[in-house]
Design a protein. Structure first.
Length: 267
């Protein structure tokens, strides 16, 4: 969590020292408290109407602050292995968990702001809030269970022109399975599929480079090692980790990689 409740509320109290914000202090603080009490759930947190023009001013607060102070530090957070929202290897932006267009009172609430990448914060997620209870986005701060492996990538034949389907991990209990399914459906866009295609097509050559004496077991071992590397370098729900989990779950995919590695031309 990037800020405590008291730290988030202190920003509102400071703003309320100005006459234009003072009449809205109580309702604004109540909205913050409701958000945290319900872990940001879109099924429990309703947007508040603060009156004509107020929402626009709340919306604009983010634009005036995103380049400095706490918000800049959140955007440039060190140590992130991958995007906490979609799992891409890129970070450097901020995503509003409850969309700013609809929940303007949470424009600068740090509990509602998540370091993210431009892939999932440039229109893929958009203004979508939920898909009907319990289908919603994973909240990186409140959904502590999301630290576990949640998904893998199904490699859909024909393998020479494979497509890639995000898939909820088998055995994930309800309602988490529905939450993860909704999340994957709404944060993974074109860049994810391009990245998977590149990784899949270059794997055979990489495998042959590392092990010229190839067998099903050696390829399986290499994919297992790639998974361990991804877990260490990118994180448990990164794109790379999800792809390697998916390959390990499909013997036919491993057999294809073996055959492609045998005929691969090395540089």
């Amino acid at each position: 969590m990037p800020a405590t409740a008291a730290e988030d509320e202190a920003v509102v109290r400071k703003l309320a020292k100005k006459a234009e914000w003072k009449p809205h202090e109580t309702d604004w603080l109540t909205a913050y408290q409701t958000y945290r009490a319900n872990s940001g759930s879109p099924f429990a947190v309703n947007a508040h109407d603060f009156g004509p023009g107020v929402g626009k001013r709340q919306y604009d607060l983010y634009d005036s602050r995103k380049g400095s102070g706490d918000l800049k530090r959140m955007r440039q957070k060190a140590g992130l292995k991958s995007c906490p929202v979609c799992g891409s290897p890129v970070t450097g932006d901020l995503d509003h968990y409850l969309p700013r267009d609809m929940y303007r009172e949470f424009s600068i609430m740090r509990a509602n702001l998540v370091p993210a990448c431009r892939h999932c914060n440039s229109g893929v997620k958009g203004t979508t809030v939920h898909g009907g209870n319990p289908r919603r986005f994973i909240h990186p701060y409140f959904d502590t269970w999301a630290a576990d492996a949640l998904w893998d990538v199904e490699i859909v034949p024909p393998y020479n022109a494979a497509t890639f389907r995000p898939r909820v991990m088998a055995g994930l209990p309800a309602p988490r399975d529905q939450i993860v399914a909704f999340h994957l459906d709404n944060v993974l866009g074109t860049q994810f599929h391009l990245s998977m295609a590149t990784d899949w097509s270059t794997l055979p050559g990489q495998i042959k480079l590392r092990d010229p004496i190839l067998s099903l077991q050696s390829v399986t071992d290499q994919i297992g090692l790639e998974l361990r590397v991804a877990l260490m370098s990118r994180g448990v729900n990164s794109w790379q980790a999800a792809l390697m989990r998916g390959i390990l779950a499909e013997p036919a995919a491993i057999a294809h990689l073996l055959q492609e590695a045998i005929v691969a031309l090395l540089p």
